[in-house]
Design a protein around this ligand. Structure first.
Ligand code: PRP
Length: 178
């Protein structure tokens, strides 16, 4: 285990099992539909790459990049658009994939932007959900795990751009970020 990690919440095997379940549910719900899976850079990349391989229905993938945290540990409430989609979502079923739904500012913003572009539908898949932190009115349609308010890293999630490559999700030791 990484020395900065206090505790492992979900190891590789647990994540693989949960991602397979999410992929199965998404495959059933989108059978026969024109599915565009949208990954939100950078945190969602690891989850996204596992999830799309667990989805059996045909899909197209694209990415958007926004930033809300910078190098701080808490959200500023401001969402910055860095990279937009390359493709049109008009008439298509959009599934936004995120690593974590925290205050909800990021996903509320992205959800509203996608809805304004005349898609057939917009849904959200978040690996982690911290409902206790929510300030924006938004919920995910598919959730991997509901977690308490701990500082989690790994499997794409960072602190100051580090720990994204850990293969598990763990809780960061307080002394690392205090
Ligand atoms: C993280 C995470 C979500 C967002 C969730 O992104 O990936 O996009 O924060 O927080 P919210 O619900 O409070 O908006 P971050 O800005 O840290 O960028 P990253 O994906 O590059 O790590």
């Amino acid at each position: 285990m990484n020395q900065d990690v206090k505790e492992i919440l979900y190891d590789e095997a647990a994540l693989a099992r949960r991602v397979a379940e999410l992929g199965k549910a998404i495959s059933q719900d989108y059978a026969g539909k024109d599915l565009l899976v949208v990954g939100v850079l950078k945190g969602a990349v690891v989850f996204f790459s596992d999830l799309i391989r667990a989805i059996e229905t045909p899909l197209e993938m694209d990415f958007i990049a926004v930033s809300s945290y910078g190098r701080q540990t808490s959200t500023t409430g401001k969402v910055r658009f860095i990279k937009d989609l390359d493709v049109s979502v008009e008439g298509r079923h959009v599934l936004i994939v995120e690593d974590i739904l925290d205050t909800g500012n990021t996903l509320k913003y992205l959800y509203d932007v996608m809805c304004s572009r005349k898609p057939a539908s917009v849904k959200i898949c978040a690996l982690l959900d911290k409902p206790s932190r929510r300030t924006a009115e938004i919920d995910a349609d598919y959730v991997g795990y509901v977690i308490p308010n701990a500082f989690v890293v790994g499997y794409g999630l960072d602190y100051a751009e580090r720990y994204r490559n850990l293969p598990y999700i763990g809780v960061l030791k307080e002394e690392v970020y205090q």
